[in-house]
Ligand binder design. Sequence first.
Ligand SMILES: NC(=O)c1ccc[n+]([C@@H]2O[C@H](COP(=O)([O-])OP(=O)(O)OC[C@H]3O[C@@H](n4cnc5c(N)ncnc54)[C@H](OP(=O)(O)O)[C@@H]3O)[C@@H](O)[C@H]2O)c1
Length: 287
Amino acid sequence: MILVTGATGNVGGQVVAQLLEGGFPVRAMTRDPGAARLPSGAEVVRGDLAAPHELDGCLDGVEAVFLMWPFHTSDPMAGILDVLKRHARRVVLLSSGAVKDGLAPERHADHVGRTHADAERLVRESGLLWTMLRPSTFAANALWWADQIRAGDTVSGAFGATPMAMLHEADIAAVAVRALTEDGHDQACYLLTGPQVLTQAEQVRVLGEALGRPLRWRELSREEERQRLLADPSFPDSFVDVLLDGYAGMLDGPAPAVTRTVEWVTGAPARSFHRWALDHAGDFART
Ligand SMILES: NC(=O)c1ccc[n+]([C@@H]2O[C@H](COP(=O)([O-])OP(=O)(O)OC[C@H]3O[C@@H](n4cnc5c(N)ncnc54)[C@H](OP(=O)(O)O)[C@@H]3O)[C@@H](O)[C@H]2O)c1
């Protein structure tokens, strides 16, 4: 049995679907089974990573865990690993490409990198077999533009020149499935990227090509974008400055290097951002 946390999310949802396709028994965890729309082949279980002492019931008979990290701190990790160790043998952690090898967690300048580096440290020290997935920017972040694209042909945002190696969630999941179900991935750190680097402004153009509509980018100042995101009830306020700091850092830093890790692990090349946009065209469609 494989436990998938974050099963209602971008990556976890794909992990559940691909494990089921492969014929593996899946237990999908969510805080709200009543609201979650999970595939009928999965066993659905209620669980909250913020309450590790309640997780034993989710882990009965579990061999391997896909662990996604929904917090802006690594604080609950030690408690979660204590429970995991009582049941499972293997954990695959959805970490972040912001984690830098050889740099202590507290020396990571950006918040996301610091949190994930500390979470990785605790997983390494847990005694479990582990695999770290360090994905680049998710293509699914473009869903944050869906309201704007449904309403018109302009996407407003800040840091339009920031380059990103947009990664399809199906590719992250495909690597996760290999690591959860095969030997040979233990104690490995996989730096995963999409096949191509695109600035945010270029992503909008590619989205338009896939949707068959001319879309354009409108540059906002950081403060204008900050106010826009704070006014958006669907975007968590606590993540606004974390995100904008991340984009500013990526704009100042070197352009992301593209890796072929997805292909090495799964045998299939990473999907393009254009492919992602075609797969998600319905999310941007006007009703
Ligand atoms: N976006 C990027 O560009 C990027 C890049 C690299 C790494 N990452 C990392 O990827 C992760 C996000 O993955 P995602 O996009 O697949 O997630 P997502 O779509 O944002 O979904 C969030 C998931 O977290 C679950 N969740 C939230 N709080 C929880 C809690 N207290 N206990 C248990 N589950 C909880 C939710 O489940 P329920 O609501 O059903 O309980 C949901 O399934 C983060 O760790 C992020 O740092 C993101």
